[in-house]
Design a protein around this ligand. Structure first.
Ligand SMILES: Nc1nc2c(c(=O)[nH]1)N[C@H]1C(S)=C(S)[C@@H](COP(=O)(O)OP(=O)(O)OC[C@H]3O[C@@H](n4cnc5c(N)ncnc54)[C@H](O)[C@@H]3O)O[C@H]1N2
Ligand code: MOO
Length: 428
């Protein structure tokens, strides 16, 4: 296609996809209550699906749950050490030690109780002197009737972690809108929360189109190939917190219509690959006559489609957004990175909307079609330069699998010499 002026700029298509998909996901969003035990089991199984709270989680317990020591040392009454100086140290008899996990009796005034980090500070004590600052600087045998010397005063509160100083029972411990990651899961458990309200993972109907396609693992006939896009896009969608129903359809509008009509009722988004360019059997374009199909000024990922479809029986509301990617596997995945991943990551809370980005000099020169934004695959050299992995061809999936960067050559650039700086996105 040589009508360069007809191509949509990348940011324009990004905005169009964002607007449509954000609204569609918001309309389909459903909350569900999850037992924390379920989230924990999922995390233990290695599948902590990204989840964002839709309601505040309220602490059932104070955290810390009791005043406890921040150091291994002596629990004392600060008043007892008020006059301590190196010349006239205060000597206190040593009381019974307090290991973590035991509830000590109140501290007798004028004594010092050995207390371990995290163990309760006995009632009557209001400061902890760390063992290194006591004389002797080691705990005595509990059987010995020992004394301990303190050469300096301790302010009340020193090394005491107060009950409720992290969060108090009844406080919001993790507010709505927060993605549940490691610290959130930890504090939910610690503060006695047993269930949380989360948004259900958006359900995506992922349709790989092509009469040449054979599902993963099945035997290939002549001129057939395995459904790589179904596999790659399923993983890409799962990484941003979506549930996926994958389907493969032949280049036959009736077959595509049947898959749309049979879609699970809670599908919030349809993603297709293939069947959008200029061939004679472009099933997505031929079926979705109301959608926008055109070219975006990017390579790979030029031919794109965007619209809404009715799932279920004709006329059934509501319509859901449909994003149509080109069939070449690198084109499909690069399209996902450019247009869909940011919207989905932000909507599900699966992580930052944008991949980590950087800028570094090229290891070798690169040519680029000046009317297009070109996205190449690359890696960082040990010396910090960007080395390209493979050529620009959008069938080179193994090269994408070997790459760690998407390397951006902006529109308007026909050639960059070695050493020229390029922007990159880290894709793993
Ligand atoms: N005359 C023109 N031809 C093409 C143009 C054009 O502008 N004019 N654009 C080219 C570009 S760029 C791309 S990208 C592709 C996009 O084509 P489609 O989206 O229609 O995709 P298909 O033709 O169905 O497939 C393209 C290619 O990818 C393979 N494929 C498709 N699906 C899968 C899958 N699920 N797993 C693995 N491989 C898949 C398919 O076998 C083809 O090789 O069009 C160019 N042509
Ligand atoms: O725009 Mo296509 O996606 O180059 O291969």
């Amino acid at each position: 296609m040589d009508h360069h002026a007809d191509r949509r700029a990348v940011p324009e298509h990004q905005e169009a996809v964002r607007g449509l998909v954000e609204a569609g996901l918001a309309a389909a969003r459903r909350a569900t209550t999850l037992p924390l035990a379920g989230l924990l089991a999922a995390a233990a199984a290695g599948v902590l699906a990204p989840r964002t709270l839709v309601a505040d989680a309220v602490a059932g317990l104070d955290l810390p749950g009791f005043d406890n020591s921040q150091m291994d040392g002596y629990a004392v009454g600060a008043a007892d050490l008020a006059g301590a100086t190196p010349a006239r140290p205060v000597v206190l008899p040593v009381a019974a030690p307090v290991p973590a996990g035991t509830q000590p009796p109140p501290l007798e005034a004028g004594t010092a109780a050995p207390v371990m980090t995290g163990a309760p500070v006995p009632a009557g004590a209001d400061a902890v002197v760390k063992i290194e600052d006591a004389d002797p600087p080691a705990f005595p045998d509990p059987a010995a009737r020992a004394g301990v010397r303190f050469a300096t005063p301790a302010a009340a509160g020193t090394f005491v972690r107060r009950r409720g100083s992290d969060v108090a029972a009844g406080d919001v411990v993790v507010p709505a809108g927060t993605p549940v990651g490691p610290p959130q899961l930890g504090v939910l458990v610690a503060s006695g929360v047993t269930e949380v309200e989360v948004a259900e993972a958006p359900h995506v109907l992922l349709v790989s189109t092509g009469s040449e396609l054979v599902p993963a693992g099945e035997t290939l006939g002549p001129a057939q190939l395995h459904d790589a896009n179904g596999a790659a896009l399923t993983a890409a969608l799962a990484q941003v917190g979506c549930r996926v129903t994958p389907r493969v359809v032949a280049d036959d509008p009736a077959a595509l219509r049947a898959v749309l009509a049979d879609a699970p009722a809670d599908v919030a988004l349809v993603v297709t690959s293939g069947g959008v360019s200029a061939g004679a059997y472009e099933v997505v374009r031929q079926t979705l006559t109301d959608a926008w199909f055109g070219h975006v000024a990017v390579q790979p990922g030029g031919p794109q489609g965007l619209g809404t479809v009715t799932l279920g029986a004709p006329g059934d509301p509501p319509e859901v957004p449909l994003v149509a990617f080109p069939g070449n596997p690198v084109s499909a995945l690069v399209s996902f990175e450019l247009f869909l991943r940011p919207v989905l990551a932000a909507a599900t809370g699966a992580g930052p909307a944008h991949r980590p980005r950087g800028r570094a000099p090229l290891a070798t020169a690169v040519d680029s079609p000046p009317h297009l934004h070109q996205v190449r695959r690359g890696r960082l050299d040990p010396d910090g330069r960007v080395a390209l992995v493979g050529g620009p061809g959008s069938h080179l999936l193994a090269h994408l699998a070997a790459a760690t960067l998407l390397v951006h050559v902006p529109p308007g650039v026909a050639h960059l010499p070695a050493g020229a700086e390029v922007d990159y996105w880290e894709i793993r």
